[in-house]
Design a protein around this ligand. Structure first.
Ligand SMILES: [Zn+2]
Length: 328
């Protein structure tokens, strides 16, 4: 169920009008011999829509690009402290990849000229997906929120309505399952399948502790999304499963072929957020995927890549040796 927000859409409209130099609170302007809704009203309605989406946690909505620092925060005794950091190479790559998705450029200075640099409509026309993977508390959802904010900016600056929505993996599975006490929520699935930019947050191997989703419903949902941008937020392991020749069969069996082909599509934008204490297997998986896609050079300088590869291979070898010792 949707929480009702304290501020209604009309409150937003009055607020933006009250600060508007063009209509000075009147909400309308006299143009070409007729009264027209002032531009501030359009901004108000898009901002209001952004307020209504169920981003989790809601505080993410108020963060900006400056807040994606690579620091991983944890709350200790009521205080937020830095508990860990993202692996530097994957942090830099992640930021570049999301900027590229939004602006076709990985240079942070594009933010000063959003209006001209935005690539959001290009992503929309091409139906480009982005797969954000990583372990817990690494900033995956923050990046997804930053993308939706760019969708809001693009809508406002061009006055072209783009719809956007944020749903959780569990909500999607719940809508797509049926049981003796509930039917499939086809209407909801249909509405979500039609959203221009849809974030699906928290995709993981487990999920749904009840009856499994109906694969016909889930497949047709993703078929309808084939030409619309989907922003996937998933665990590294789930993405790994989708790309593994054998494990991917398990994904297909549980969640259908369409989700599998969405996540493993080779045209996707893709990134993984890994922390410095990440299991080296995850880092190796990420590098393997980049290599398979022939995208290593997009992300790493040759020497940087080589030393990272060496470090990871070394760490994995050490780990295997230790495990063997423990067994003996
Ligand atoms: Zn106005």
């Amino acid at each position: 169920m949707k929480k009702t927000s304290k501020l209604e859409s009309t409150d937003y409209c009055s607020y933006y009008a009250s600060k508007c130099k063009e209509c000075k609170g009147a909400r309308r302007v006299w143009k070409n011999d007729i009264w027209m809704a002032c531009g501030c009203q359009y901004i108000a309605s898009v901002k209001w829509r952004f307020e209504q989406i169920d981003v989790f946690p809601p505080s993410l909505k108020y963060l900006s690009w400056k807040d994606f620092t690579g620091d991983i925060k944890a709350v200790h005794g009521g205080k937020s402290q830095i508990s860990n950091q993202l692996d530097m190479s994957t942090f830099i790559h992640a930021k570049k990849e999301v900027l590229k998705y939004c602006f076709n450029s990985s240079d942070i200075s594009v933010l000063d000229d959003r209006q001209n640099k935005s690539a959001i409509f290009e992503r929309y026309a091409a139906g480009d997906n982005i797969i954000i993977s990583g372990s817990k508390k690494t900033g995956k959802s923050l990046l997804a929120t930053l993308i939706l904010k760019e969708v809001v900016y693009a809508s406002v600056s061009t006055k072209n309505d783009l719809s956007f929505e944020w749903i959780s993996w569990n909500e999607l599975l719940e809508a797509a399952r049926w049981d003796t006490d509930k039917p499939i929520n086809s209407e909801q699935l249909y509405l979500w399948s039609d959203i221009d930019f849809l974030v699906i947050d928290g995709i993981a191997r487990q999920g749904g502790h009840t009856t499994p989703p109906d694969l016909v419903a889930l497949n047709s949902f993703f078929v309808r999304r084939r030409h619309l941008p989907t922003i996937i937020v998933a665990s590294t392991l789930f993405v790994y499963d989708c790309r593994h020749p054998i494990r991917s069969q398990g994904v297909e069996y549980k969640f259908g072929s369409e989700l599998l082909s969405l996540i493993s599509g080779s045209n996707n934008f893709m990134l993984a957020l890994l922390n410095t204490v990440e299991k080296p297997d995850s880092v190796r998986l990420f590098l393997d995927i980049l290599e398979e896609q022939g995208k290593i050079e997009d992300y790493y300088k040759a020497n940087e890549y080589k030393s990272m590869r060496n470090r990871i291979d070394h760490e994995i070898k050490e780990k295997e040796l230790k495990e063997r010792e423990n067994r003996e």
